[in-house]
Design a protein around this ligand. Structure first.
Ligand code: HEM
Length: 227
């Protein structure tokens, strides 16, 4: 067991934990985007999908049982991902206790700083998004109707600055995913010169699919295609 503990304590171990929890979060974001595409099939289809999410596993599990299991798993993945990111950051800060005399940022510095700030912005966005579409706090979404996610989505995105927040957050998410998906292969030791160009394309394509899909929702409400 001690090799496992020393693996987790090492920088390589923390990066591997960050990569595995990142894969789980990426899987959620991808499935969530595909699920939301149901909005293009109309109110009934979208609301039925939201209701179905609450019924998975019923009657074996209680109503919303599977959804709660997924929520707990998701929350654990977020906590583990943020904790390991924080630990990796702290170790790299400790390795350089004194500031650079003359700071000449390198590409890797730039990418890791963007990843840290991107992660913080995405976490703040998710809290806002939950208050907006899931908890329906009246001061965040004054027009929220419990049990009618289609209406909540259309009414929510009808406010231009709310759509702007979502679009900006998706751009930040896209950058985070593009770099994160690329570097997780490295963290898991799957790196090879022959394989690297493929890795870069894979990361960019998946990040782009998620960004384009997610941004299409506020834009479609703006354009009047979803109403
Ligand atoms: C424009 C893009 C997005 C749209 C239109 C959207 C839409 C929605 C809607 C309508 C719900 C409520 C579902 C329900 O109550 O049945 C929801 C929940 C949620 N969304 Fe999003 N979402 C978007 C992007 C994201 C992103 C990028 C993330 C994460 C990074 C995210 C994370 C969540 C989470 C964690 C929940 C709560 C799920 C639950 O516990 O029931 N969403 N979203």
């Amino acid at each position: 067991m001690s090799w496992l503990m020393s693996f987790f304590r090492s920088q390589v171990g923390k990066k591997a934990v960050m990569a595995v929890s990142g894969i789980a979060l990426f899987g959620f974001v991808l499935v969530h985007m595909f699920g939301n595409l149901k909005v293009y099939l109309g109110a009934e289809s979208f609301n039925h999908y939201a209701e179905w999410l609450r019924e998975i596993g019923y009657p074996l599990l209680p109503h919303s049982g599977m959804l709660w299991i997924a929520r707990v798993g998701l929350l654990a993945a977020v906590a583990i991902h943020m904790l390991s990111a924080w630990q990796v950051t702290r170790v790299s800060w400790k390795a350089r206790p004194k500031d650079y005399e003359q700071w000449a940022p390198q590409a890797s510095d730039y990418a890791s700083r963007t990843m840290r700030w991107g992660g913080v912005i995405i976490a703040v966005f998710v809290l806002y998004h939950l208050a907006h579409f899931t908890w329906g706090w009246s001061w965040v979404h004054p027009d929220f109707i419990v049990g009618d996610p289609y209406h909540n989505l259309v009414a929510g995105f009808s406010v231009w600055w709310v759509s702007a927040i979502y679009i900006l957050a998706q751009l930040v998410l896209g950058l985070h995913l593009s770099h994160g998906l690329w570097s997780l292969f490295q963290s898991l030791g799957w790196s090879h010169p022959r394989f690297n160009a493929w890795r870069r394309t894979f990361a960019r394509v998946f990040a782009l699919v998620i960004v384009v899909g997610n941004i299409s929702f506020p834009l479609s409400v703006w354009a009047g295609w979803v109403q």
